[in-house]
Design a binder for this molecule. Structure first.
Ligand SMILES: Nc1ncnc2c1ncn2[C@@H]1O[C@H](COP(=O)(O)OP(=O)(O)OP(=O)(O)O)[C@@H](O)[C@H]1O
Ligand SMILES: [Mg+2]
Length: 221
């Protein structure tokens, strides 16, 4: 069923400027898609719409057969928390919580913190952070903080993983680690990955690119 964008438009500001100009495409379950395009072409705006963090001005996003614009805000919160993982360029970890507590935040919201603790520790171990699970974010390197944020995005075993320039603030070694984690999650768990990236090397590792030019699709999809 996957993720279907139908005639998505987004206008912002007053007077309104149209940033996304009628986008329609489908992403199959289990795909790894890179969203590419020049700065200002609308990649982040599109990712927010696809991941339900922001509503379109018109058009619709259907995920797993569900028309997300018909969910009320409570249903939408729950849907996001259970089905979607989010990774941004800056990790937005809570500074007063340990790495483990940050990873468990989505589980805590769903009242499943204890149930998910073992899984959270497994993810931290997998990402080379097992010894550091009690550290605060400021006691971790930038690359380590981003891996904590990825563990947080994965702790609920989401079907969809959305990322906006997840390697953007990292050096090449740490960027590479992030990419391997994404590829592994996609291959091993079949998680659908939608990732915005500027980096042609990283984009080429996705199975497909959706390329934006000035708010429109550049390639037939
Ligand atoms: N809140 C806003 N108000 C007005 N214009 C906005 C707003 N957010 C984005 N825009 C404009 O919409 C366009 C698309 O922005 P968007 O952030 O989606 O681009 P992007 O492709 O992600 O760029 P980058 O690669 O620099 O992150 C840009 O021209 C931007 O200036
Ligand atoms: Mg952007």
């Amino acid at each position: 069923m996957g993720l279907v964008a139908k005639e998505l438009r987004k206008s912002i500001g007053n007077p309104a400027v149209e940033i996304l100009k009628g986008l329609s495409f489908a992403i199959e379950d289990g795909e790894f898609v890179a969203l590419t395009g020049r700065s200002g072409s609308g990649k982040s705006t599109l990712l927010y719409l696809l991941s339900t963090l922001d509503p379109p001005t018109s058009g619709e996003v259907e995920i797993g057969g569900i028309a997300t614009n018909r969910l009320d805000s409570r249903e939408l919160h729950r849907f996001r928390n259970e089905k979607m993982g989010y990774v941004f360029q800056f990790h937005y970890l809570l500074p007063e919580l340990s790495a483990l507590e940050n990873v468990l935040m989505p589980a805590r919201k769903g009242g499943r913190e204890n149930e998910m603790r073992g899984h959270a520790l497994d993810l931290l171990r997998e990402f080379g952070l097992h010894e550091k699970s009690d550290r605060l974010p400021r006691q971790l390197s930038g690359g380590e903080q981003q891996r904590v944020a990825i563990a947080r995005a994965l702790v609920m075993n989401p079907r969809y993983l959305f990322a906006d320039e997840p390697t953007g603030s990292l050096d090449s070694v740490n960027g590479e680690k992030v990419m391997s984690i994404f590829q592994d999650v996609n291959r091993r768990l079949g998680t659908t990955v939608v990732m915005v990236t500027h980096d042609p090397e990283f984009a080429s590792r996705a199975k497909r690119a959706i390329h934006l030019v000035d708010g429109r699709l550049a390639t037939p999809t």
